[in-house]
Design a protein around this ligand. Structure first.
Ligand code: 7TS
Length: 414
C-alpha cells in the first residue's frame, strides 16, 4: 500500500460520473443506477478515446513489420505492457503476459505449470469462496495429472479460516490459488499472510486479483505472490484483455501453453524453439487495442487515486449495509470484517431474479444469480443472491435509489 492517506484526497464521485457517458442514459424511463461493476465496470472517455485514437491512427499488426504503422502498433502494445508493469510494481516487463482476462491467466498457469509438473501425491489448495475460474482449471489439472484439489473452508461470515487453511498446507502442497477479493461476498483475503504460510511449506501462490485491482493498490513484490491474474474490464478498461503477472524465474522454466505465431524463435518441421518472455506465452495476434485501452484505464484509475477511491467505496458499502440491515426480510450474505465494494443479499419471499427484474424497472442495475461461485451458494444454502457492487462513479444517491427500489419490491412481495 502506498503511504498516501486516503483521507488526504477528497473523492468527487459526481465529477467522476461526467467521465462516463454511458451513465447519463435512462433505463426504463428512470436514470440509470449502475451497481454491477463487479461483473464489468463502465469505461471512462479517456479509455474510449485512447482505443479510438489507436484504431483510427495507429493500427497494424505488432512485432512483425518494419513499416511505420506496425512499429507504432508495437510501441503502443509494448508501452501498455510497461504501464501494466508499473501498475503492479513488477520487476520487469518480462513478467507481464497479456491474456484475455483473469480466466485465461489462471488457465495458463494450470496448463503450463501445473500440468507439466504436478502428479499423484501433489496438492493444489484453493478456498471455498473462489469464482469458478479459480476452481475448474484446477479440477481439469487434477484429472490430467492425478494431483489432488484441497479446499480451505470459510465461516458463516464468509471469511477464510486461516488456522484451517494453514492446517491444510503441507510439503505435498505445490500451489495455493486464491482470490484476493471474493466476487460473491466481497471478502478481502489476507493474501500476504497466505503467501508467507504457503511459501514456508514450499508451495507457490497464484492470486486471482479480478475483484481486487479496481479497489486496492496491488504491489506484487510486496505481496510476494508468484502469479497474479486480473481482467481489464473490471478495471474500467476493455473486455478481452487482462494480465497475468508471473515471477520471471518461474515463467522462464514453464513451457508454452499455446503454439503459433509470435511465440516462436525458429520453426522447422522437426523442431521449434521459443521466443523470449513474455512473448513465449502470447501465441497469435494479441488484443492490441485492448492493451492500449487497459493502459489508459490504469492511468485513469491511478489519476483518481486508488486509496481515495477505496475509501469512497467503503463509505458507500457501509451506508448500504446499514440501510439493508434495517430492512425487514433482507439477509446480507457475506459479513466479513474486511470487505470491498460488494454487497450480496437475499429478500425473504422473493427470488433474486425477480428482485433484479423489479429493480431494473426502477433503473437500478444489480446482478442476481450464483455469480459463478456455486459452492458459495451451497455453503450459505441459497440458490442465488442479489448483488450490488460499487465503482468510482457511484454516489450516496445511488445507494438511496437502491434502498427505495428494494422498498418497492418489498411492497410487491411483502
Ligand atoms: N475471478 C473472480 C474473483 C471474478 O470475479 C471473475 C469474474 C473472474 C475471476 C473471471 O473474470 P473474467 O474477466 O475472466 O471473466 N466475475 C464476474 C462476476 O462476479 N460477475 O460476472 C463476472
Amino acid at each position: 500500500m502506498s503511504a498516501v492517506s486516503a483521507a488526504a484526497r477528497p473523492f468527487d464521485a459526481e465529477r467522476v460520473r461526467g467521465d462516463f457517458p454511458i451513465l447519463a442514459q435512462r433505463v426504463n424511463g428512470r436514470p440509470l443506477v449502475y451497481l454491477d461493476s463487479a461483473a464489468s465496470s463502465q469505461r471512462p472517455l479517456a479509455v474510449l478515446r485512447a482505443v479510438e485514437r489507436y484504431e483510427t491512427h495507429h493500427h497494424s499488426n505488432v512485432h512483425r513489420g518494419v513499416h511505420t504503422l506496425s512499429q507504432a502498433a508495437t510501441e503502443a502494445f509494448e508501452g501498455a505492457r510497461a504501464r501494466a508493469r508499473r501498475f503492479l510494481n513488477a520487476r520487469s516487463t518480462r513478467e507481464i503476459v497479456f491474456v484475455r482476462g483473469a480466466t485465461e491467466g489462471i488457465n495458463l498457469v494450470a496448463q503450463s505449470l501445473a500440468r507439466s509438473r504436478f502428479g499423484p501425491g501433489d496438492e493444489i489448495l484453493i478456498s471455498a469462496l473462489e469464482h469458478h475460474a479459480n476452481i475448474v482449471p484446477w479440477q481439469m489439472v487434477c484429472a490430467q495429472t492425478g494431483c489432488t484439489l484441497k479446499v480451505a473452508p470459510i465461516d458463516r461470515r464468509g471469511e477464510v479460516d486461516f488456522e484451517r487453511l494453514s492446517a491444510l498446507l503441507s510439503a505435498r502442497t505445490r500451489l495455493v490459488a486464491m482470490a484476493h477479493v471474493s466476487n460473491a461476498l466481497g471478502t478481502v483475503l489476507p493474501i500476504k499472510r497466505i503467501v508467507e504460510a504457503a511459501h514456508s511449506c514450499g508451495a507457490l501462490v497464484l492470486v486471482d486479483g479480478a475483484q481486487a485491482v479496481p479497489h486496492t493498490v496491488v504491489d506484487v513484490r510486496e505481496l510476494g505472490c508468484d502469479f497474479y491474474a486480473f481482467s481489464g474490464h473490471k478495471l474500467y478498461g476493455p473486455t478481452g484483455i487482462g494480465v497475468l503477472y508471473g515471477r520471471e524465474e518461474l515463467l522462464e522454466e514453464m513451457p508454452p501453453w499455446q503454439g503459433g505465431g509470435d511465440m516462436i524463435r525458429t520453426v522447422t518441421f522437426e523442431k521449434s524453439t521459443y521466443n523470449d518472455l513474455p512473448w513465449k506465452f502470447e501465441a497469435g495476434t494479441p488484443n492490441i487495442s485492448g492493451a492500449v485501452g487497459l493502459a489508459a484505464a490504469m492511468d485513469y484509475l491511478e489519476g483518481l487515486g486508488i486509496e481515495a477511491l477505496a475509501a469512497h467505496e467503503h463509505r458507500l458499502l457501509e451506508l448500504a449495509t446499514g440501510e439493508l440491515e434495517r430492512m425487514p426480510g433482507i439477509e446480507i450474505i457475506g459479513t466479513a470484517a474486511h470487505k470491498a465494494a460488494v454487497l450480496s443479499f437475499t429478500m425473504r419471499g422473493c427470488h433474486p431474479h425477480d428482485l433484479g427484474t423489479i429493480l431494473d424497472s426502477e433503473g437500478v442495475a444489480i446482478r442476481t444469480g450464483h455469480h459463478c461461485a456455486m459452492p458459495v451458494m451451497t455453503f450459505f444454502d441459497v440458490p442465488a443472491t442479489a448483488r450490488a457492487s460499487f465503482g468510482c462513479y457511484n454516489t450516496e444517491a445511488d445507494v438511496r435509489a437502491l434502498v427505495a427500489a428494494l422498498g418497492k419490491a418489498r411492497e410487491v412481495f411483502g
